[in-house]
Design a binder for this molecule. Structure first.
Ligand code: FAD
Ligand code: SF4
Length: 340
């Protein structure tokens, strides 16, 4: 590991200033010399592997704003402070009752120890687990722009079938983000130019020709809160995750579903897919396929076909297409049958 300095500012402005000082124009946050640390479960891992090499760590855990550690629920929305731990959000009684999808996406992620440590802000910015990204001896456009992509013709069982490019097919592995994009959440960001709100759907960037630029954030931007609007679909919502083993594994395929039903008919559907795409993935075509339909097995299968119509498999990951479809079908039918 390379030497680095460590700072623990006491307020958000000081944290932004600490990161701004070393920020370089056009360098994305993941490659900036100064990096924020929430729970450290992702960043410390990548520092040990030599993938992340910050000169300065700016620890957010000393920030004195109580809102950063608070969960607020009212009739219209849930607001999570960015330093709320995954385990606290997953166990929150009102969150579980008002929007089971959010709680389930968190409790099915990682291990108990990691959830106790990891923050929600850090969670949504976690980086891919692509094996070739994690091992610095391989070519990787995300780690080293222009070097190539070892996964294209390598072992790509874990990789994405949706949203990939000729430069990168790395999966976005997080679970919570699927709930957030399905529910039209937004993040509140503090940066060099003050405060702004970003729709969660706009936060992550498709890899395209620049897979090293993963989000629209600047190098001194801090996520301070995550807002989840509530609606008639929130109570009838769930997260289904399929993985190689039941404990402690990333999704091979997952589905975040929230439904507003009029009897057996879909008034409004919100769907996102995990484990199969390069970014948190809203399945709009599947939602449209369900609008006004009676939600039976046939309608669920039609929605799943629509969700994966644009899928592009590589040599080892074609299984994700039928797996992703059956995951979505099951999630839709189980959500329909929830007693709300
Ligand atoms: C073995 C293992 C299994 C896992 N399994 C899963 C799983 O199944 N599902 C899943 O979703 N996740 C899983 N994870 C990932 C885990 O959820 C993340 O490591 C964790 O959520 C990251 O949160 P953190 O606070 O520790 O982030 P950190 O490591 O502190 O930060 C992550 C990134 O975000 C930046 N950052 C942190 N906070 C902020 C902020 N407020 N504003 C701006 N930038 C910020 C950091 O600079 C860094 O780049 C797993 C991790 C491990 C190690
Ligand atoms: S898939 Fe993306 S992260 Fe993985 S090796 Fe290729 S460029 Fe790197």
């Amino acid at each position: 590991m390379r030497p680095f300095t460590y700072e623990r500012p006491v307020n958000v402005q000081a944290a932004v200033a600490a990161a701004s000082h070393l920020a370089k124009p056009l360098v994305p946050p993941t490659q900036s010399p100064a990096q924020f640390i929430g729970g450290g479960t992702n960043l410390a891992d990548y520092m040990k592997l030599g993938v992340a090499q910050p000169e300065r760590l700016v620890d957010l855990n000393g920030l004195d704003d109580a809102g950063l550690r608070r969960i607020q629920v009212d009739d219209k929305r849930i607001v999570f402070g960015a330093l709320v731990r995954m385990s606290d959000a997953a166990a929150h009684e009102e969150v579980r009752r008002r929007c089971p999808l959010v709680a389930e996406s968190l409790v099915l992620a990682a291990s108990g120890q990691i959830r106790n440590m990891a923050t929600l802000g850090g969670n949504v910015l976690q980086r891919t687990r692509c094996e070739y990204f994690r091992e610095t001896s391989w070519a990787c456009n995300k780690r080293e722009p222009g070097s190539g992509c070892a996964a294209m013709d390598g072992f790509n069982r874990q990789h994405a079938v949706l949203g990939g490019s000729d430069q990168c097919i790395a999966t976005y592995h997080g679970d919570f983000a699927q709930a957030l994009i399905a529910l039209d959440a937004s993040v509140v960001v503090e940066g060099q130019h003050g405060s702004r709100k970003i729709a969660f759907a706009d936060l992550h960037r498709l890899p395209g020709d620049t897979p090293n630029i993963e989000t629209v954030l600047g190098p001194a931007d801090i996520i301070v809160a995550i807002e989840v609007p509530l609606g008639p679909w929130s109570g009838r919502s769930r997260y289904l995750k399929i993985r190689d083993r039941e404990s402690y594994a990333f999704a091979l395929a997952s589905a975040a579903v929230a439904l507003d039903m009029d009897g057996g008919t879909v008034r409004h559907a919100r769907i996102a897919l995990g484990g199969v795409a390069t970014v948190p993935w809203r399945a709009k075509k599947a939602e449209e396929a369900l609008l006004g339909k009676v939600l039976n097995e046939g309608a669920a299968h039609a929605a799943a076909e629509a969700a994966f119509a644009d899928a592009r498999p590589r040599e080892h990951n074609a299984f994700k297409i039928p797996l992703g479809k059956s995951t979505l079908v099951r999630a839709l039918l189980e959500t329909r049958d929830m007693k709300v």
